[in-house]
Design a protein around this ligand. Structure first.
Ligand SMILES: [Fe+2]
Length: 446
């Protein structure tokens, strides 16, 4: 048993034990997605397992329930991923990477397939193609503009069109799609938005046909080069301004914004060639998930750091600087600052939640007891009105390395050094996964 060991079944538990005091304002649901192969199923890569969403329902200071459900995809049903007419069936994908809410719909996401809608109780409604308008896959990292409510996203594929930009309006209708020309099929896990722009990460991890069927068919490719692309998203025919950068890989963007000089500032977690290769080999060795943890512990590579790229479209220049030397992942922020200047980013180094003050330059952390793994922390604002940017809580599921127990941890985002605000004992060990969201209850209508 380890913190990566999949769970064998779906359960429900109610009235969960809580230490500390859950703020009554935390009334809603924390959902987190991750790969979880079926019992007895062997997965050739950690990223391939079927999506399972773990949910914790909080209300008025109580932890009302925990439950976990596989997302009922075409892949879970065992359907072939190619239709009779030879086209790919985008509903046959694992839906294992993220779970978000947009326009009243909760969507489980994976980057090589369609989103799958689930209910607030984690039952699967089905694949969503936005009335037939979405004909590509959908990234697991869409970005919701905090002012317009639009959801910016993209789909990438292994054959042309390699990259397509899409936008949902605030009502959840797919209102715009456009193809973006790139040289080939890369594994584009994330992207960035600003108030007026999209930032593309065209990086040298490319599709490898000879690996299809064996494992995740992507590898580092020295021949591809590396580019960041800046494209206005409010002008349908705007060109993409490409900037060559030193080859690297980025799984996750922290944020981006436009500065007073019209430059685009991008903060993201950067992997060198050696770091990416090490991580990729670890994840590919995860047919037995315990092997992933063992190889990660043994490897000196695989560590990535927060970096900043500053892109100047007027001058055609780009600069790159490391922001810190800590190895971190899973950057998050206040959703109300997406695409705007943000002071704080929250990350994980596997045993601590780490907070960056990008204005003041400070770094603080909340380190867990030895023997406990922590992944992504989701920021929940304390109020809906004016507030300090870090006035709120960080929620994350922790798991003991020996796979014996998990908690939902609630931290004061403004003071990571303080003891946890609360911790909810979960009825089982939740395997380390990927991304999640806080879905607040809708305000009661008067
Ligand atoms: Fe991700």
């Amino acid at each position: 048993m380890s913190y990566l060991t999949p769970v064998p079944d779906e359960i429900d538990a109610v009235a969960l034990p809580v230490s500390g005091a859950l703020p009554p304002e935390l009334t809603g649901r924390y959902f987190r997605n991750g790969p979880n192969p079926l019992p007895g199923e062997r997965s050739s890569h950690w990223f391939i397992g079927h999506g399972m969403v773990h949910g914790v329902r909080l209300r008025d200071g109580r932890a009302e329930w925990y439950r976990n459900r596989w997302v009922r995809t075409g892949k879970l049903a065992g359907r072939p991923n190619v239709r009779p007419d030879g086209r790919p069936d985008l509903a046959v994908a694992s839906a294992n990477t993220h779970v978000i809410e947009h326009a009243g719909r909760v969507l489980a996401l994976v980057e090589n397939g369609l989103p799958h809608q689930i209910t607030p109780d984690l039952d699967t409604v089905g694949a969503v193609d936005f009335e037939g308008r979405l004909t590509t896959a959908m990234t697991a990292h869409p970005k919701q503009d905090p002012v317009t409510g639009d959801l910016h996203f993209f789909g990438y594929g292994v054959r042309p069109p390699y990259l397509t930009y899409h936008r949902l309006d605030a009502s959840g209708a797919l209102v715009h799609s456009r193809e973006v020309t790139v040289p080939g099929g890369t594994m584009m896990h994330d992207f960035a938005v600003t108030e007026h722009h999209v930032v593309w990460l065209d990086l040298p991890v490319t599709f490898q046909p000879h690996l299809v069927g064996a494992t995740m068919p992507y590898q580092w490719d020295d021949r591809y080069g590396a580019r960041l692309g800046v494209m206005r998203h409010d002008r349908p025919d705007a060109p993409v301004h490409w900037f060559d950068i030193a080859p690297c890989y980025v799984f996750h963007v922290g944020n981006a914004h436009e500065d007073d000089s019209g430059r685009i500032v991008l903060d993201a977690v950067r992997y060198s060639r050696a770091d990416f290769t090490a991580v990729w080999q670890m994840a590919g060795g995860a047919a037995n998930p315990a092997g992933l943890a063992a190889s990660a512990a043994a490897s000196p590579d695989g560590a990535a750091q927060l970096h900043r790229w500053t892109l100047d479209p007027a001058a055609g220049t780009v600069t790159e600087q490391p922001l810190d030397d800590r190895a971190v992942e899973f950057p998050t922020l206040d959703d109300e600052r997406v695409g705007r200047a943000a002071r704080y980013l929250y990350t994980s180094d596997d045993s601590a939640i780490v907070k960056y003050d990008l204005v003041g330059g400070g770094v603080s952390s909340h380190r867990l007891e030895p023997g406990i793994y922590v992944g992504e922390a989701v920021f929940v604002p304390a109020t809906t009105g004016p507030r300090r940017e870090d006035d709120g809580w960080l929620l994350s599921i922790t798991t003991r390395h020996d796979g014996s127990a998990s908690q939902l941890l609630v931290l004061d985002a403004a003071d990571l050094a303080a003891p946890p605000v609360a911790a909810v004992d979960l009825p089982r060990a939740v395997p380390a996964g990927f991304h999640g969201s806080w879905i607040a209850d809708a305000p009661a209508t008067p």
